[in-house]
Write a protein that binds this ligand. Structure first.
Ligand SMILES: *[C@@H]1O[C@H](CO)[C@@H](O)[C@H](O)[C@H]1NC(C)=O
Length: 464
């Protein structure tokens, strides 16, 4: 017996060593995937055709009928199911809170004022590959001599919209004493979101969106530009940096996810944290099982949208109350996970109902919820995942923010595996919708990042 146990221990050690050497061999010989070539695809109906490429001014102007219909639907919403006692937002959007928001929407939310607000910046649409692409384009005013204008593309995600950037636009486009650059901002609606058309056939994934936005920047006359984003905007920015390294001067993201849930370092690091994580990171990244549990609790929407986007789309397109519940729930939990335990979901700590309903209205009046959630299906399709964007190194200067309430916190070691030139990594208080929630913080950080990139190498004006 004793002997058998002894030899068994030996063979376990041998098996362990064998697995380890296979793993090391695999890690050493595996080469990173190369950036794919994304062809310009026709996304409109019918055959590709020559189209009007002019850039047309655009204003939001809905017909009175749309507002009347909205009022009627809000009036006719069936009484909500009473929430369970004391659950706050733990069963999803609490209907007592939802009722308060719907009442505000019906009686206080003044669309004529909000429409004016939403139209405060110059907006345009232009046709790209069969789709009308909508964007805000703000040039800085009163730029002093010697101050360089640098273009930056700001990309939103789901369930956001261009509305997230309204507070940050003035911060970026206003010259500041002592700073030798100022931004010209381009803020597009993603295809299928808000005032941009959705594709009529499958395949509009983040890389295809990147291809379209690069074409947009070309049309606007920008050779080189910065890209910034959170949520899908972060993924699309990363794709831009990978696909067009000669065009992207730097990529700044307020969520650089780094494959945490599937990375071996997350798991080995849970047992031996000091191998991979800094002192300050350990609390936030270990144990990985805590993150996995949180993501499972919060990612049902993802699976639903990735697998049955059109089914959920029917309900959300038909009911403004349902749409508001579905979207605004994310603005509680993703801004602060602890707000699930608050009766008011914490919403007004960081946002006003006007701000939040502006964003809901953009989905409602454009009837874009179904086309928006299809992005999840495209992003998990093989056509996209085969490219393995997560593993393609980003060579352009990269900046990442880690907001304290972001869905997943990323350790520096993981971020550096793909971001080969991570020149800027900062930690802040705040959540998932950083541009919307803390525009001053994010604005300052973008400026700081760009300052660092410019210090790396002064980019002559003519190249921009
Ligand atoms: C909705 O209800 C309000 C208050 O009862 C009423 O004033 C308004 O006319 C109704 N609107 C529509 C379109 O039914």
């Amino acid at each position: 017996m004793v002997n058998m146990a002894g030899s068994c221990r030996k063979c376990l050690i041998l098996v362990g060593l064998f697995i380890l050497s296979v793993f090391v061999f695999y890690k050493c010989t595996k080469t990173a995937p190369a950036a794919p070539n994304i062809e310009a695809t026709w996304w409109g109906s019918g055959e590709p055709q020559k189209e009007d490429e002019t850039i047309r001014p655009f204003k939001i102007a809905i017909t009175p009928g749309v507002l009347l219909d909205l009022q009627r639907r809000l009036n006719n919403t069936l009484p909500f199911q009473e929430p369970l006692e004391g659950v706050n937002q733990n069963y999803g959007m609490n209907t007592k809170l939802l009722q308060k928001i719907i009442d505000y929407w019906k009686t206080k939310y003044d669309w004529s004022k909000r429409q004016q607000f939403l139209n405060q910046f110059p907006q345009f649409r232009t046709r790209i590959q069969g789709l009308n692409i909508h964007f805000i384009h703000v040039k800085p005013k009163e730029v002093p001599d010697g101050v360089e204008i640098v273009p930056i593309l700001l990309l939103h995600g789901w369930p956001g919209s261009v509305r997230e950037f309204y507070e940050i636009i003035p911060i970026l486009t206003t010259p500041e004493k002592g700073r030798d650059f100022v931004f010209e901002v381009i803020v597009p609606s993603l295809p299928g979101y808000g005032f941009s058309d959705g594709a009529v056939r499958p395949g509009m994934n983040p890389a295809q969106m990147a291809q379209i936005f690069n074409a947009l920047m070309t049309r606007l006359g920008f050779n080189r530009y910065y890209a910034q984003g959170g949520d899908w905007g972060s993924g699309i920015s990363q794709n831009l940096a990978v696909l067009y390294p000669d065009r992207i001067i730097g990529v700044h993201r307020n969520w650089c996810s780094a494959n945490e849930l599937f990375h071996w370092k997350s798991y080995v690091g849970s047992i031996f944290p000091s191998l991979f994580f800094t002192e300050k990171e350990i609390d936030k990244v270990t144990p990985i099982t805590r993150t996995v549990q949180f993501i499972l609790l919060e990612s049902g929407y993802f699976h639903l949208q990735a697998s049955k986007p059109d089914t959920i789309g029917v309900a959300l397109r038909d009911s403004p109350a349902g749409l508001a519940a579905y979207i605004l729930e994310k603005f509680t939990t993703w801004t602060n996970r602890d707000w699930k335990d608050l009766p008011d979901g914490g919403l007004t700590k960081k946002f006003t109902y006007d701000q939040l309903l502006d964003n809901v209205m953009i989905y409602w009046i454009t009837k874009s919820i179904t086309t928006s959630v299809r992005l999840y299906a495209e992003a998990i399709s093989q056509a996209y995942t085969n490219h393995q964007f997560n593993n393609i190194p980003v060579e352009v200067p990269a900046g990442c923010n880690r907001f304290s309430n972001e869905l997943i916190y990323s350790a520096e070691t993981l971020l550096k595996e793909v971001n080969k030139n991570l020149i800027h990594l900062t930690d802040y208080e705040g959540g998932h919708f950083a541009a919307f929630e803390v525009p001053e913080v994010l604005g300052k950080d973008i400026i700081e990042f760009v300052r660092k990139v410019r210090n790396l190498s002064q980019i002559p004006n003519k190249e921009l």
